[in-house]
Design a protein around this ligand. Structure first.
Ligand SMILES: CC(C)(COP(=O)(O)OP(=O)(O)OC[C@H]1O[C@@H](n2cnc3c(N)ncnc32)[C@H](O)[C@@H]1OP(=O)(O)O)[C@@H](O)C(=O)NCCC(=O)NCCS
Length: 217
């Protein structure tokens, strides 16, 4: 998939695979335990994360990872791969992004919600941007019409994510005041929307999007 521009630190965006689950789980666990970006209170197990990946792929929604594409370092006899490294490989997963149905009712079948998470120490070097560009492109190609970002704690941890979404052309659709509660704090949640097919009422959504989520009775 998309190679990194020459002036950026090297990473590659590719579809997620089951072997990425330990790395993905480690990235998400860190966000759950230490930030209000996610409203999960307990980190899901690798089995739960694997089941989510399988469902997303089975429903033909995109799930991508950014993988460090700098030359793999040879494993020294003493090196122990960390949780964000794939078994049998020194290429590290730096972040991931996926899209899921926004809401289950079939009238929403052209609308997706996305999630994007970058490992704490890999932020600020374009990984999130690379993942989102590819994810937005995939969703457009599949005929989805609207992408929704649900941004947690928009007055606290979420301020960076707000700038991130604004930079992509997302429009603020509103905030749900006091809708979250974590670490003993009340949290406001932001809703951000991106029109994928040029705006309301334009285009029709592809057959994939029409048939892929669920069919109207
Ligand atoms: C939001 C997130 C995905 C951004 O990933 P990233 O790899 O750091 O982003 P990039 O390096 O591509 O930065 C892109 C833009 O995002 C904005 N941004 C990202 N993090 C920011 C921060 N902490 N503070 C301010 N702006 C930030 C900046 O505008 C930046 O553009 P700039 O470098 O030209 O100023 C990452 O911070 C993250 O994983 N956050 C926790 C999870 C989350 O909030 N996800 C979004 C909700 S779905």
């Amino acid at each position: 998939m998309a190679p990194t521009p020459p002036n950026q630190p090297a990473f590659t965006i590719r579809p997620a695979l089951p072997r990425d689950i330990p790395a993905i789980t480690a990235i998400y666990t860190n966000a759950v335990l230490h930030t209000t970006a996610s409203y999960d209170l307990e980190p899901p197990t690798e089995d739960v994360m694997a089941a989510r990946l399988a469902t997303i792929l089975a429903d033909d929604f995109p799930y991508l990872v950014a993988e460090d594409s700098s030359p793999p370092r040879a494993l020294s006899p003493n090196s122990i791969p960390g949780p964000e490294r794939n078994a049998g490989s020194e290429r590290r997963v730096l972040g991931y992004a996926y899209a899921t149905p926004f809401r289950p009712r079939p009238g929403y079948r052209f609308t997706v919600e996305h999630s994007v998470y970058v490992a704490q120490d890999a932020r600020g070097r374009g990984v999130g941007t690379g993942l989102m560009k590819e994810l937005v492109g995939e969703c457009r190609r599949k005929g989805f019409r609207v992408m929704v970002g649900v941004v947690g704690d928009v007055r606290g941890d979420g301020t960076g994510a707000v700038r991130f979404h604004r930079g992509f052309g997302f429009r603020e659709a509103g905030a749900l005041k006091g809708s979250g509660w974590k670490f003993g704090r009340v949290l406001d949640t932001g809703l951000w929307e991106l029109q994928l097919q040029g705006g309301e009422g334009k285009g029709e959504g592809s057959q994939v999007a029409k048939e892929g989520v669920s069919k109207e009775e």
